[in-house]
Every structure is written in C-alpha cells, then in structure tokens.
Design a protein around this ligand. Structure first.
Ligand SMILES: [Zn+2]
Length: 394
C-alpha cells in the first residue's frame, strides 16, 4: 500500500475569551446545538412517520427556512459555517451508528461539552485568534508551533468551563529511522501493556486513586438537593475530576504508543473486537477495554504517520497457553500462574510476555502471507472450544 505524503494532525490550545467574546461563543454554541437537535428531530420524525431517511442534502434546506422564520431569526446572528457543520454532524452521527461505530445519536444538552467547527475566515495574529462575526481577537496560548496547512478549526468549551481551539492541519509525513526491531503488543487489564521484548508498561496508579475520589464525590452529590447551588458546585467538582482522569490517561497512552513506535519498525497487536467476542463483560472491563482500544488505535495511526508497518492479528489461538518456543499447549495453566515451564521443550515463560511473543509470531506469519483464510476458520473452531474452559483474564 502506498502511503500519502501528508497526514492530518490536530493542534489544540487553551483560549481565554472575555466579555462579549464569551457571549458570541455562547450564542454560537447555542445555535449549533439548536440546529443539531432540530435536524435530529426532523430525521427521527421523517423516519417514524414516513419511513423515510433524510440525507444531509435534505437537511441543509431547512437552515435558510429557520433563519427566515420569526421565532428562529436569531440564528442569523451566528456564524453560518458552524451551523452547516452541525447539520452535517447529525449525518455523520447516523452514519457512525449504522456502521456500528457509535451509539444512536442523542440530543445535545446545555451541560455537555460544546463544540463548533469553522472552516474559513479565521486567523491567528500574535497571540490572538480572530473568528467570523467577532471584531476582537480572543487571547490564545500558542504553546507550540502549528505545523502544516491549516484545514479547519474547532472551538470547544469543556464541561468544566475551559475553552479550547483545535486546528486540524495537513502535515508532511516524517519518517523515523529504521531500528531493525519487530514487536508484539499484548494489552492486559488495568491499563497495562506488555511487549514481546519483555518490556512492561505499568498501570497508572494515580488513576485508581482519582477514580475512587470520583466515587466518593458522586456519593456526596447524591445526598444534595437537586438543582441547588451546592449540587451544582459538586457537579462541577466531579466534572473536573473526570477531566483530570481523561488528561492523565491520554498523556499516559500517548507516551506508551510513541515509545513503541519510536523503537520498532514492525508493530503487531491483537484485534480487540475479536477478543471481546470471547470474553464475559463487566463495566470495569469495558472501560479498561475502551482505553486499551485507544492505545491500539494510536499505534495504528502513528505507524502510518511515521512509516512503520502495523498489523492486527485475530486472537484465535489461546495465546496465554501456547508455548511461544515450540507451540505446545499447556492445558492446565491457571489464571494464577504468572510464570510457567513448558513440559515439552522446558522453556520458562512469563505468562504475559509469552502471549505478546505469540502475537508477534502470528503477525509476522500474517505479514509474510503464511496464514490463509480456511486455516483461520479451523483455528477459530479449535480455539473457541479451548477458550471456553479458560477464565477471562479479568
Ligand atoms: Zn515449549
């Protein structure tokens, strides 16, 4: 596959709107939310009453109508591109839902994260950001250089009241030097990640602590009177904790994926969607999967950015129980066995590293074209009967 010479990258900065700038943004957030909800309502109605699905093109026609109507005339004061993008977002939300990438689109409410997308008519001068229909520049903290060609801008307001500007740019591809290394990546529970080379990235203990704090503050919220001042303050406190958890997790995942990409030419991971089919689910597990899924996604796109080879393998084989040295299967391996010795070849294994090596070997076979489709089907059948007897790694 030939790689394109550029890729998309977002550069995100804090911005500090003041006075009428805050009002301008609030109006635009509100108008976009209104258009989003209106279009969503129309699409639902058309489907319910007439069994018809409206296209993006159908829905764009309602914008001029709304702007003319007396009761929604105020939409005319908002920037027009973000309004179109809001209608477009409904369309994307439905597309993602139908391709099973996302849940059914929900109506946006005032308390959730607010976001608008601007495609033209914005610029940064010195440390000020200028956007359409606003004469003054908003103070922006340009903490790093924006590289490449700017395509569009997202302005958002977090649930904790912080404002951000995120520029999506077309950036020329960089290539890392070749290292001669190939690596298999096994993701365990609790945000951990194990490499076939034996390297382990530890769980983030700080996260656990914060998560407990969230639980505690949530209990405190539940005894406060709904709609009261103190309940609102408590809600904000919880949102701030969630924000910190998200940032911490994000930074940690990016550090891990960058480290792996920098030090290896070939990266093999397992296909989590396949793994999920085989395991029982609980909420904690789903959460940890979501963040591990993110890590695998980062590995995939960063491989593309930096010219690395990336492959996913179906986890059809019992990767913990298979000896990576000789291929023998240890049937009686227990979940508590962190280390084990192969009875066939006497190789000593660390349970997790062994699984990562199996992933690497399987991926290398796949890349060289040794694994054919019927083979996979057969192994699937064998594995499902084996894995049923194995406890999920939770
Ligand atoms: Zn062996």
């Amino acid at each position: 596959m030939k790689q394109s010479k550029t890729y998309l990258k977002a550069f995100k900065f804090r911005i500090y709107p003041k006075g009428d700038q805050v009002t301008h943004l609030a109006n635009n957030f509100g108008c976009c939310r209104y258009v989003f909800n209106k279009v969503l309502e129309l699409r639902q109605k058309a489907f319910k009453e007439e069994g018809k699905s409206l296209s993006y093109f159908d829905t764009t026609k309602i914008l001029p109508v709304l702007k003319r109507q007396e009761e929604t005339k105020w939409l005319g004061k908002a920037m027009s591109q973000p309004l179109q993008m809001a209608a477009k977002n409904v369309d994307s939300a439905f597309k993602n839902f139908f391709s099973k990438k996302a849940k059914y689109p929900k109506f946006k409410c005032k308390n959730s994260r607010q976001c608008i997308k601007i495609q033209q008519g914005f610029r940064v001068e010195e440390d000020l950001l200028y956007i359409p229909k606003l004469k003054t520049g908003i103070k922006i903290n340009l903490s790093r250089e924006i590289k490449g060609k700017i395509l569009y801008l997202h302005i958002s307001k977090s649930t904790t009241g912080k404002y951000y500007a995120s520029f999506t740019c077309e950036v020329p591809r960089e290539q890392y030097d070749k290292t001669g290394n190939a690596v298999g990546v096994d993701v365990g529970i609790k945000e951990s990640c194990i490499l076939s080379s034996g390297k382990k990235y530890a769980n983030i203990h700080a996260l656990k602590k914060l998560e407990n704090k969230v639980k505690y503050e949530q209990r405190r919220l539940s005894i406060k009177q709904k709609g009261s001042n103190s309940s609102r303050k408590q809600r904000l406190k919880i949102a701030r904790l969630h924000e910190r958890i998200r940032q911490l997790r994000e930074t940690c995942l990016h550090n891990i994926s960058s480290d792996i990409i920098k030090n290896n030419d070939i990266i093999i991971t397992e296909d989590l969607s396949v793994k999920n089919l085989m395991q029982n689910h609980c909420i904690a597990k789903a959460l940890s999967d979501a963040s591990l899924g993110k890590l695998l996604t980062q590995l995939e796109y960063k491989s593309e950015w930096y010219g690395r080879t990336f492959a996913k393998v179906d986890r059809f084989f019992p990767s913990s129980k298979t000896c990576s040295a000789c291929g023998a299967i240890k049937q009686d391996l227990k979940l508590s066995d962190r280390n084990w010795t192969c009875t066939t070849c006497h190789h000593q294994h660390d349970r997790d590293v062994n699984a990562a090596i199996n992933i690497l070997n399987e991926g290398l076979k796949k890349l060289s074209g040794l694994v054919t489709k019927p083979d996979i089907k057969q192994k699937w059948d064998e594995a499902s009967s084996l894995e049923e007897s194995e406890n999920p790694d939770a």
